[in-house]
Design a protein around this ligand. Structure first.
Ligand code: TXA
Ligand code: MG
Length: 335
């Protein structure tokens, strides 16, 4: 081991954190040995392992405390390589793959036998995605297996968009964190697939409904199917900070929680907010900027001394729809 690498290992050991860096060869080696490595993607950080190695996949479920009925996405380097693990023969899905991969789109495709049932929780479709982050693209080029990777957060919590988010919660569970900086999209991928001849969206994320429809025609949104966990990320309580979060008109919420310490997540120009701790998702009212900031600010609000987190809904279009979906699931449920 080189001196610098030895020093990094020692520091990581002393701080009970995972070694973090950009050593792709080391990450590839660890993955070949069946170990867990956190990887950056343009959407959020993933907790990756060799998808064809059941023991390694089991370690993902354990590290996240994730129930085995919640299947994992596999990550491959190209459209062509996706065909090794899944059938990409539907014309609409093929069009989407060519239009948006690499990018924030996951497709549910009929699985080929070599994908372990553990990855798909016994379902006959496998979720496949080609991530766009250059470091993860390099990493996928060094290995000859797909990477199973859920978001690198404990089950039910907010997804990580920076390497230190992973370290804070799963640092002791992973062997290496590839630091790819802040995620450029900031929301999980959009999940789509065919059902009874219709193009369905199971989770709205970094690719908007408008973008999908432009390429493949009208889509059916199946986002609230909590009785049918075909995409359990859509279970009702998810993506949630530990502090109670309320979504609504900010002035009303501030009045309702007067006397409590409040952290506020807002959007666009603001001049009459009464709370001390204000996180503006995008003063310029850019949904792209807001998406990059949303999970980071939820974490900051959660770590602050606020007692409640108040958030205004975003415009119900483009990435705003995906963000409103996350907020709804993160929020305290009022009957
Ligand atoms: O952007 C993303 O998609 C990130 C990055 C790391 O790629 N990954 C991610 O994974 O968000 P995860 O596991 O946190 O969310 C994936 C969602 C889950 O809700 C899971 O239930 C659903 O995809 N899913 C995975 N495989 C599925 C399958 N075969 N059928 C139905 N839903 C599936
Ligand atoms: Mg997740």
């Amino acid at each position: 081991m080189m001196l610098r690498q030895k020093r990094n290992v020692l520091i990581a050991y002393l701080c009970a954190m995972a070694e973090t860096g950009t050593d792709i060869a080391r990450a590839a080696q660890l993955l070949k040995e069946g170990r867990l490595v956190a990887i950056p993607t343009e959407t959020v950080y993933g907790l990756a392992a060799n998808a064809l190695n059941e023991k390694a996949v089991l370690a993902i479920f354990e590290a996240k405390k994730r129930p085995h009925f919640d299947p994992l996405i596999i990550h491959v380097p190209t459209v062509e390589s996706a065909a090794k693990y899944a059938l990409l023969n539907d014309p609409q899905l093929t069009r989407l793959a060519h239009a948006f991969w690499p990018g924030p789109l996951t497709l549910l495709l009929p699985k080929k036998q070599l994908v372990p049932d553990l990855v798909t929780s016994g379902l006959n479709r496998v979720a496949v995605r080609v991530p766009a982050h250059p470091l993860t693209q390099q990493l996928l080029g060094l290995i000859d297996f797909p990477l199973a990777a859920p978001s690198a957060n404990p089950f039910g919590y907010v997804s990580p968009t920076e390497a230190h988010h992973v370290n804070a919660q799963l640092g002791q569970e992973v062997d290496y964190i590839v630091d790819g900086g802040s995620c450029s999209v900031g929301l999980e991928s959009t999940i789509a697939g065919m059902e009874n001849g219709e193009l369905c969206v199971y989770r709205l994320g970094g690719l908007t409904q408008e973008q999908l429809e432009e390429v493949a025609g009208p889509v059916k949104l199946l986002l609230n199917n909590s009785s049918n966990p075909s995409a359990p990320g859509q279970l009702k309580s998810h993506y949630a900070p530990r502090k109670p979060l309320f979504v609504g008109e900010l002035r009303d919420l501030e009045t309702q929680f007067e006397g409590k310490k409040r952290a506020v997540l807002c959007y666009g120009k603001q001049n009459d907010l009464q709370s001390e701790l204000v996180f503006n998702l995008s003063e310029a009212a850019s949904l792209y900027e807001a998406a990059i900031n949303l999970f980071r600010f939820m974490r900051l609000a959660d770590e602050s001394d606020a007692e409640v987190v108040l958030c205004q809904p975003l415009p119900e279009k483009g990435l705003g729809r995906a963000m409103n979906d996350r907020l709804k699931r993160a929020a305290v449920k009022t009957a």
